[in-house]
Write a protein that binds this ligand. Sequence first.
Ligand code: ATP
Ligand code: MG
Length: 500
Amino acid sequence: MNTYLTDEELALHLDRNPIFHLIGDAADGLGLEAYVVGGYVRDIFLERPSKDIDVVVVAPQGHPQDAPGIAVAKALVNHLKSEHRKAWLSVFRNFGTAQVKTSLTPQEGEDEEAFTEVEFVGARRESYSHDSRKPIVEDGTLEDDLDRRDLTINALAICLNRDSYGQLIDRFDGLDDMEDGLIRTPLDPDITFSDDPLRMMRAIRFATQLNFQIDEETFAALERNRERISIISRERVIDELNKIMMAPHPSKGFVELSRCGLLTLIFPELAAMEGVETVNGRAHKDNFYHTLEVLENVVRAGAPLYLRWAALLHDIGKPRSKRWEPGVGWTFHNHNFIGEKMVPAIFRNLKLPLDDRMKYVQKLVSLHMRPIVIADEEVTDSAVRRLLFEAGEDIDDLMTLCEADITSKNREKKQRFLDNFRLVREKLKDLQERDNYRTWTNPVTGEEIMETFHLKPCREVGELKQAIKDAIWESRIPNTHQAAREFMMEEARRRGIIVN
Ligand code: ATP
Ligand code: MG
């Protein structure tokens, strides 16, 4: 982070992309003011790469420009074309906005495919009604436009007109907040959040992505306004939740969501994991915090989005399976299967995709106990083969999840599990090299059994098939057709199935 840039240094920074001077010139030509605002400016100071450029255009008082954002975008495109640049203009008349895409890029000629994209919008003033996040929009000043923004760190602007090129506008001490690592709303947080409750999700998302603290007053407003989240579409909520998931430390976001009470509203099944119950002085662990630890562990192992979801949901069946059993203690029998069954409803409610990605998460949730059981008992060939067969191509992700799941504070116990897991992994590698069990099929098909013994589909056929599978997986016979067929004949005789 570098928050000590002077206006001259900011100007030099902007000059890395020639587009900014061209935007300023286009605005100057029309007597309008243009400012780069929001995420792009924030990311200059945070020294993060930024993609989209947002420009706010202001018509000075008495200047009767209709849709000033569109006017500057058009002038810019005309100029680019006169210089034989590729440029595309899209106008959204209803919103008074325009988008310009051009081949003009910071690194000239380096990447043929690279483009610069700029959104133009006239400065706006917004007023909200209670039951919608769709405001009534009017033309406004730059100040009006910055006032309606979600966070102080997102309410910075830099002037692009030639006379003041590089001048920073920081109405709400956004730079100080950046230095202090603070998430704060520009205006009264109760108004900011109540006007557009999505901003609550954004506040927590940015706190998570940037590892910032949420300012006390802002946090208190999150608690007070949390019920307002009900007017936000679930698609927008999941966008923010997925951004939290992909942050370097997603657990922070879930802790904040829980702390302010939003979690129960947007994701009740996860909120239900929180808390500890005690019977006869015996408490179970807090499954919410255990889950967050597992999530952090898979993140450290480089997990992509849906492996992170699998980690978040691996114990989701625990609250529903929890029992106190006298003489035994707390049990969570079948929580993996209960969890697997809960996944579709959770995905549907959160508007997550109901396709292979959901099936993948279900599979990992249902299988997440298996490697532990194997490692706890004996690591046999047949147990590892079964696991490989059921997990298929997701076996490596399953092993990552299971290793992440060992959060025991008991060092010895933890080490024993990790050692056994290494054994499971070695065996897996071994087996994969010897015979490819990921795509294992029985060398004797059901049809062959039926033909050989003149049977119609019946229980005996299935049992014979299973017996063959067991024999191969337990290494009693080799995985070949001939051996399987011989075994089948023998087994049939033993079971009194007559060949006629
Ligand atoms: P990112 O692109 O990483 O999600 P961003 O800050 O650029 O972050 P955008 O959604 O691209 O987010 O929005 C651009 C700018 O518009 C923000 O920086 C902020 O100033 C403003 N903004 C976006 N959404 C809202 C909102 N719901 N309420 C108020 N201001 C918003
Ligand atoms: Mg953005």
